[in-house]
Design a protein. Structure first.
Length: 273
């Protein structure tokens, strides 16, 4: 396997024997100067079909978080006998990293749907609780147990069955949402960037929750009202996106879902600027 670009000390973009691009993860492989071959025994994991994530931005996810996500995904696939999407590990790693950032900023988001998930998806919730232990072992960070619901949603939404059914709707909503954001903030969003991919993943998960009638209900109403006033432009975007969902699915977003959108749009815009 030939390294063509080093992303950080432990992650490199490579070409496999068939000429396909692949992200390789392994201790110290980023020190190997391209275009050299990397010994296969140095590679812990490879990730295909990750172009949507934006290679350069993967360096922002600590190796300890990626290791945690790898262990978690392996355990879910093994114990639940399911196959998760090829992007599941890095998507989960990004989610964990974001959860750690929220914790460090003292942002606590309750997930009232968690009790429903326990009833409907008990096996996924069991794995999510195990995930918290793995995260602590790999990163030294103890996440709040309220995070298990959103972690479980990764296992539910990333299972390959039925993923194609909603792709067209999700693509349309995403395209129109990005256009609204670009107009409101007078910016151009790079659709090849990791920031875009992160927002696209959130929209995809949101759509899945809506279609399964598992929408997050509002319990963080005080935080939502505060952010509405603090970020009026972002709130305008969220209101317009809510209109999109009403028009296409006849479903209105809960205040809790709007709160998450405000956070994701702010992060997207701040990094694109």
């Amino acid at each position: 396997m030939k390294i063509i670009k080093n992303i950080n000390n432990n992650i490199s973009l490579c070409l496999d024997s068939n000429g396909r691009e692949v992200i390789a993860f392994g201790k110290g492989i980023g020190f190997i100067k391209p275009p050299c071959e990397v010994p296969l025994n140095k590679i812990e994991r490879t990730f295909y079909n990750i172009k949507e994530f934006g290679y350069d931005a993967i360096k922002d996810i600590p190796s300890s978080v990626i290791k945690a996500a790898m262990r978690i995904v392996d355990g879910v696939e093994r114990e639940l006998n399911v196959t998760l999407m090829s992007t599941a590990t890095l998507a989960l790693a990004d989610h964990i990293n974001f959860a750690i950032q929220r914790m460090n900023e003292h942002i606590v988001l309750d997930l009232p749907i968690q009790e429903d998930i326990k009833q409907i998806y008990p096996d996924e919730m069991k794995q999510a609780y195990k995930a918290l232990t793995i995260i602590e072992e790999e990163t030294g960070v103890t996440l709040d147990r309220n995070e298990v619901g959103t972690i479980a949603l990764h296992f539910i939404n990333n299972q390959i069955d039925g993923k194609e059914n909603n792709k067209v709707i999700s693509k349309d909503i995403l395209k129109e949402s990005i256009a609204l954001i670009e107009k409101e903030f007078d910016i151009s969003i790079n659709v090849e960037s990791f920031n875009y991919s992160r927002f696209a993943t959130h929209v995809d998960y949101l759509l899945t929750r809506l279609l399964k009638n598992n929408q997050i209900k509002s319990v963080n109403i005080s935080m939502y009202e505060t952010l509405k006033l603090q970020y009026p432009n972002t709130y305008c975007c969220v209101a317009d996106i809510n209109t999109l969902f009403k028009e296409k699915l006849n479903i209105a977003l809960s205040d809790e879902e709007k709160l998450y959108l405000i956070l994701h749009i702010n992060r997207l815009c701040s990094r694109e600027k």
